[in-house]
Ligand binder design. Structure first.
Ligand SMILES: *Cc1c(COP(=O)(O)O)cnc(C)c1O
Length: 406
């Protein structure tokens, strides 16, 4: 539900017009599968009085995920951040680990939380993932691993990273929080490196409220990760390893099973939305849509635009401000980059100097809403707004600047 198309700057909500959308359009609004299926699973959980600790739903989810991903082991966890911490510790990584700064802060935190130095590495500006040439330059005698991130679901340069890791005797693992349902050369993400970690957070296209999973083909590593996820318990009254509480609850697993059954629908909606954006954004100057590789399986979960203003045109931040006023909650992920947030900005002040592509890309990013809560009509209207804002560029820029300073 929304108001009529806007044709002048005066109609924009940022200047007092009615918002184009009555309800907020969020990036990462949760997708919901079959409600009846979910509720039936929850009834069963309640009846069984088995709420957590490797219950029926967790076991079923782990089995289904392993089959879907084609990996030997999947360990469900309470969230991806804990999953990363556990996997990092199980390998074990220590000292320094090379990681991108173009990622969600949890990737860096999972290292720093365990006194491991995240050594921020620049990205390839075309793909937004780690540049292997830069990775190799950062290896020191303290380096123990590389933690790649498949940003936006676009896979890392896996073969090159694998080669570097082998030659230098480093652990390679991946933060695959964005890449559930994506493939690399036809093989599902989840089976690469020593381990890969997925996030099933509510804002991801596939969710279990909170949750995640660690995937690995290494049985010994999987065994260790399982122990660490449950306080190191090997049986009643028998703790054999240091551990934490990383367990996924039954209700979360029930939601995971529900999402899994709706996965084709979620992906198809995202794909359709992405194509609708692509068609419309192509007509708006300065808007470059980040492309996915259609030869691979892909979840299409992010609509990532790199926006370069024309001379005198509105800045990225001005566009975001004007969009928010219309109830389009566009985001600037992952601006300003982990290296410009605390504690990293203070701890590693020299990192920024080697991250020119990260900084340049972060300054251009505009993430637009998609998912099952966004319709083709919404996208049409949203792109009309963007076309108006960019088309009236210098006037919009001046009015917003005047308004801010006045
Ligand atoms: C969401 C996300 C995480 C954290 O996932 P949680 O399940 O919320 O802990 C980690 N890394 C990346 C790249 C993410 O987008």
């Amino acid at each position: 539900m929304s108001t009529a198309t806007k044709s002048s700057l005066d109609a924009l909500a940022v200047f007092g017009g009615a918002p184009a959308f009555e309800r907020k359009l969020h990036v990462g609004q949760p997708n919901l599968g079959d409600r009846a299926y979910f509720l039936q699973r929850v009834e069963r959980i309640l009846d069984s009085r088995w709420f957590t600790n490797n219950g029926e739903c967790v076991q079923e989810l782990e089995r289904e995920l392993a089959a879907f991903l084609g990996v030997r082991n999947v360990i469900a966890v309470c969230n991806a951040t804990i999953g990363l911490e556990i996997a990092i510790r199980a390998l074990p990584m220590s000292g320094e680990v090379i990681v991108p700064a173009m990622t969600f802060i949890a990737t860096a935190h999972a290292l720093q939380w365990q006194q491991i130095t995240p050594v921020f590495c620049d990205i390839d500006p075309a793909t937004h993932v780690l540049d292997p040439v830069e990775v190799e330059k950062l290896i020191t005698d303290r380096t123990t691993g590389i933690l790649g991130v498949h940003v936006w679901g676009r896979e890392c340069n896996i073969d090159a990273l694998d080669d570097i890791a082998r030659r230098h005797g480093l652990h390679l693992m991946f933060d695959a929080a964005h890449a559930f349902g994506c493939s690399h050369r036809g093989r599902m993400i989840g089976g690469f490196g020593r381990a890969e970690v997925f996030s099933f957070h509510a804002t991801k296209f596939f969710n279990s409220f909170e949750g995640g999973a660690i995937a690995t083909d290494d049985d010994a590593l999987a065994k260790k990760i399982r122990l660490m996820t449950n306080f190191g318990f090997a049986g009643y009254d028998n703790v054999v390893h240091i551990g934490t509480n990383g367990k996924m609850s039954e209700v979360s697993a029930a939601m995971g099973l529900t999402s899994l059954r709706a996965l084709p629908e979620f992906v198809e909606t995202n794909r359709r939305n992405h194509h609708a954006y692509r068609e419309r954004l192509a007509c708006i100057p300065g808007m470059q849509l980040f492309a996915y590789d259609e030869a691979e399986r892909c979840n299409w979960q992010y609509v990532v635009v790199e926006y370069t203003p024309a001379p005198g045109g509105p800045s990225r931040d001005q566009l975001v401000e004007a969009l928010w006023a219309e109830n389009v909650m566009a985001r600037k992920y992952f601006w300003p980059g982990c290296h410009r947030m605390e504690p990293y900005r203070t701890l590693y002040p020299r990192a920024a100097a080697r991250l020119p592509h990260t900084d340049a890309v972060a300054a251009r990013l505009l993430i637009l809403p998609t998912g099952t809560g966004v319709s083709g009509e919404d996208i049409q209207r949203l792109c009309d707004l963007l076309a108006l804002m960019v088309g009236q560029g210098p006037a919009l820029r001046e009015r917003l600047a005047g308004r801010t300073s006045g």
